[in-house]
Design a binder for this molecule. Structure first.
Ligand code: PRP
Ligand code: URA
Length: 222
């Protein structure tokens, strides 16, 4: 049975509040996504397995512990890309795979357009990265892809989730833990999380405003 972990850390609560603000610009949005991801990953990885190890310091032998689990990071394109680097900085030996999915704006169904994954036999734990868990269709589709590929252990790390998305991911993949910064109220009639933050991919990459979002069009700079 999976667990839903909503972080109550004051740093997370502060940063997700600034992230939501409509006037937070692209660069600050990118930084906040990275900072939040690092904080959530710190909590999500608290059960990583260790092996005892001795090392030689300049002064003596020291008994310590080293990571043994082979971790893979798999962002759902596009918005999940913004969450890779902060975890990769913490676990530089992680492999990174990619799943390309976009949500059809009319049907809200995920459409797959790309997949490149590490060999499942080399992965003990896969972190599935996507800031928004709205209807849950994309996260469920990505977990289906990972499991068909042979990956056995998956944790989802996101930033904002709607109850509908949590319930759908939980129902389809009860073994996948869900780590988020905030659980919001609901979805609007266009499938956007309310109050949410608008379209995560557009805000992260400075692309066009979508109808359901109140984020101003970025001004063209020459
Ligand atoms: C967003 C988001 C998720 C998906 C969530 O991506 O990053 O992948 O929507 O919605 P769901 O839970 O209802 O499936 P989007 O489809 O907008 O693609 P993009 O990142 O390429 O903009
Ligand atoms: N995708 C987003 O980027 N934002 C939402 O609120 C829902 C789906």
């Amino acid at each position: 049975m999976n667990q839903v972990y909503e972080s109550h850390h004051p740093l997370v609560q502060h940063k997700v509040t600034v992230l939501r603000q409509a006037d937070t610009g692209v660069r600050r949005f990118q930084e906040l996504v990275k900072e939040l991801t690092m904080l959530l990953a710190y909590e999500a990885l608290a059960d990583l397995a260790l092996v005892d190890a001795s090392v030689t310091t300049p002064l003596d032998e020291a008994e310590g512990h080293l990571l043994t689990e082979r971790v893979a990071l798999v962002p759902i394109l596009r918005a999940g890309l913004g969450m890779v680097d902060p975890i990769w900085d913490l676990i530089p030996h992680a492999q990174v795979g990619h799943i390309g999915l976009y949500r059809d704006e009319d049907t809200l169904q995920p459409v797959q357009y790309y997949s490149k994954l590490p060999s499942a036999s080399q992965v003990d734990l896969c972190l599935l990265l996507d800031p928004m868990l709205a209807t849950g269709g994309s996260a469920v589709a990505a977990c289906n892809i990972l499991k068909r590929w042979g990956i056995r252990r998956v944790k989802y790390i996101g930033l904002i989730a709607a109850p509908e998305g949590i319930a759908r991911l939980h129902g389809a993949h009860p073994d996948v833990d869900i780590h988020i910064a905030a659980a919001d109220c609901c979805l609007n009639d266009k499938g956007y999380i309310v109050p949410g933050l608008g379209d995560a991919g557009d805000r992260l990459f400075g692309t066009r405003m979508r109808e359901a979002s109140r984020i101003p069009e970025p001004k063209e700079e020459v």
